[in-house]
Each structure stands twice: as C-alpha cells, then as structure tokens.
Design a protein around this ligand. Structure first.
Ligand SMILES: [Zn+2]
Length: 113
C-alpha cells in the first residue's frame, strides 16, 4: 500500500473537519486499520510525520486502532477471527467465507482546538 497517500488523505479529512468547525488546529486523530487492509502501521506512522508538516495537523497526535479480521463461514454460518484471507474455518476446515471486518481504513474521530 501507499502509506504516504493514505496519510495525506487522513490529513486532508482532518483539515477539512477543522475548517468546518472554525478551528485552525487539529489536536488528535484516531485512525482505524483492519488487520487485512495491507497497511503497515510503522510505515503509516512515518508517513503521518511528514504528511502533517505545515498543515493544520502539525503537532497533532494520532492513535492507530487495529481492527481484528473476522469472517463468517459459508458452510456452518459461524463467525471466527482469521489471520489471513486464506485461513480455513476452525469449525469445519472449509475455506469459503465472507469477510465481516478487517479491511477497514478510516478516520474514526478527530479532535480540534
Ligand atoms: Zn465452517
């Protein structure tokens, strides 16, 4: 994934939010990342450092919240946590499932001054 463009997008969303709330400064950003989103947390951290420079987000703190991947088995209908898209159902060992969560990439909350 391209963490820098993701970071720039997060900064843009946060800056828009600050403007809409008559604020020139973002204090805190909470970011949700699904474990199967392909986003590398360390890389995003690093990208955020540079993306926030000279913006309303400069000096803001951010928190990355990891979302565990969960799937629903197509055979048994049971839900379970999975480590990768290729994990088998722990109840019946089948591979067919629908992903319920784990690919999130979104700003959960923004705190402005
Ligand atoms: Zn199953």
């Amino acid at each position: 994934m391209h963490e820098l463009s993701i970071a720039m997008n997060i900064v843009e969303i946060s800056t828009d939010y600050a403007i809409k709330n008559d604020s020139g400064k973002v204090l805190e950003i909470e970011i949700e990342i699904g474990e199967l989103s392909g986003v590398v947390e360390e890389a995003l951290d690093f990208a955020m450092e540079s993306a926030t420079k000279d913006t309303a987000c400069e000096g803001a703190s951010w928190k990355i919240v990891k979302i565990k991947a969960r799937a629903k088995c197509k055979s048994t209908g049971r839900t379970y946590e999975l480590d990768s898209l290729y994990s088998a159902c722990p109840f019946c060992n089948e591979y067919g499932h629908d992903l319920i969560q784990g690919k999130e990439l979104r700003v959960r909350s923004i705190l402005v001054e």
